[in-house]
Design a protein around this ligand. Structure first.
Ligand code: GAP
Length: 458
């Protein structure tokens, strides 16, 4: 197992990130007016826009920039036998202990991360009164019932991963998309796990969104494709602005491997709480197709006309989480600095990820500036996502845009009324240049297509 890199001092606390996300409408605790429900979150306006941009970038990498991967959107409720075949019914469990004294429940393998119910704060088992049961296996799937009758035959499960919806469609895609290995099927969608230990904000929740791609390859090419996808996925994060020093690839030890995997490496990110999994890249071998073929009676193989034989493809799976990706992009982009004696918080997001690309601001609310700014706003908005804001001092309006990561501020001032130019403010350098208002939207749209490097790299 590779050594985890040394933990550098975090640049901020998770609490600062949580506060920014609430203050600026990215993420709210769910059901807050009823006191909240453990570890579920609602995404506000900027959160939705940022998540959409992350998902769009993932689709771009999977489908827009290549032609060997197709998309799918499978159902969340699937036949219960899917989970029997996949091994989830039997093996998707965490070891659990109960404390007979405080009546709380903990993951047996994560006691050192858990807090005992008593005060002062200690780990379960550390008080003399702690009375822990033996560990027993707890299945993480959410159970529900399909139809009006709640009996054994109506039991169904909310999917714990999107991957199985891809495997059960292997035959459909092979026939209708006319693909041959190596090829992939990609999916983004919600998954559900009744996690015992949640926490660290949106890092581990019970309802989350995954971006998973199953890449079907000839068995003798599996290792080489596994390496390929680890490199590709690392590149995706760094090209979108994550600093390479905050990312690492950690191969699983034999005791950590999932029941389906012969090799998995986690892409880990240096979150404020330390190095933790951002994405897994697994070699699933032929486990899933073999299991579904056996349970369903369908042949799930590929006949290779060149080799004159049929084979069950092996599967390489990059499996990412939208919520964790979002958290890592926000954490990596977050910075506070002092400008002329005042604190500025800024999200130095990749412009393509930024929820809003440009803010159009009249310098003052008179002398025809709001009217001119609104006209310009309509032009810019037709090209890139933009906002118009005329409330409060210009400094306050810039600060607000800095906190949501808007890369460009466009200010309409007295000179605009005379010569048709505006100031274009850069979020990162704070440089301001005078540019013609005409065609500005088109020029900003073109800049979104250019390679970008985070200014945090110097
Ligand atoms: N199909 C393989 C699979 O699901 P996983 O490592 O269990 O593998 C893949 O999940 C990714 O999904 C993780 O790397 C993480 O980003 C995200 N994920 C998993 N469980 C999560 C949870 N409880 N909360 C938020 N994200 C989660």
């Amino acid at each position: 197992m590779a050594e985890a890199p040394e933990i550098a001092a975090p640049e901020m606390t998770l609490e600062e990130i949580v506060a920014l996300c609430k203050r600026r409408g990215f993420i709210f605790p769910s059901s807050e007016i009823y006191g909240g429900i453990g570890s579920t979150y609602d995404y506000g306006h900027y959160g939705v826009l940022l998540r959409n941009n992350i998902k769009n970038e993932w689709w771009r990498a999977m489908i827009g920039e290549r032609d060997d991967i197709v998309a799918i959107d499978s159902a969340i409720l699937q036949h219960p036998r899917v989970w029997e075949a996949s091994g989830h019914l039997e093996g998707f469990t965490d070891p659990l202990v109960d404390c007979r004294t405080c009546k709380l429940r903990f993951r047996a393998d994560k006691l050192e991360e858990a807090q005992c119910g008593r005060k002062p704060s200690k780990h379960p088992g550390e008080f003399a009164e702690c009375d822990l049961t033996d560990a027993r296996e707890f299945n993480l799937m959410f159970e529900t019932h399909v139809g009006p009758v709640k009996d054994q035959g109506s039991t169904a499960y909310l999917r714990p991963e999107t991957a199985q919806g891809i495997f059960i469609n292997f035959k459909n895609v092979l026939q209708f998309a006319r693909k041959k290995p190596p090829f992939g099927i990609a999916q983004i969608g919600k998954s559900f796990r009744n996690e015992i230990t949640t926490g660290n904000f949106v890092f581990r929740t019970r309802e989350f969104e995954q971006m998973e791609m199953e890449y079907f390859v000839p068995p003798d090419e599996a290792e080489q494709w596994h390496r390929y996808w680890m490199d590709e996925r690392m590149r995706w994060y760094t090209e979108l602005g994550i600093r390479p020093a905050n990312l690492t690839l950690r191969p699983h030890g034999p005791e950590e491997l999932s029941h389906y995997s012969s090799a998995t490496s986690d892409i880990e990110y240096l979150f404020p709480m330390g190095w933790s999994e951002l994405e897994g890249v697994a070699n699933r071998g032929d486990f899933d197709l073999t299991q579904h073929a056996r349970m369903s009676g369908e042949k799930l193989e590929y006949f290779d006309p060149d080799r004159g034989e049929a084979y069950i493809p092996h599967v390489i799976e990059p499996a990412a989480g939208v919520d964790r990706a979002m958290l890592s992009f926000i954490v990596d982009a977050y910075e506070t600095e002092e400008i002329e004696g005042r604190k500025r918080t800024v999200l130095r997001l990749h412009p393509r990820l930024a929820p809003v690309k440009a803010a159009v601001l009249p310098l003052v609310s008179r002398d025809g500036m709001p009217e001119r700014a609104r006209e310009l706003y309509a032009d810019v908005r037709a090209q890139v996502p933009a906002e118009y804001d005329e409330g409060g001092s210009i400094g306050k309006r810039y600060r607000r845009q800095d906190e949501i990561g808007t890369p460009w501020g466009i200010t309409v001032d007295g000179q605009t009324m005379e010569d048709g130019t505006v100031t274009l403010r850069d979020r990162d350098s704070l440089g301001q240049e005078r540019v013609p208002a005409d065609g500005l939207g088109e020029r900003l749209a073109a800049r979104l297509g250019e390679p970008w490097r985070t200014p945090k790299l110097g």
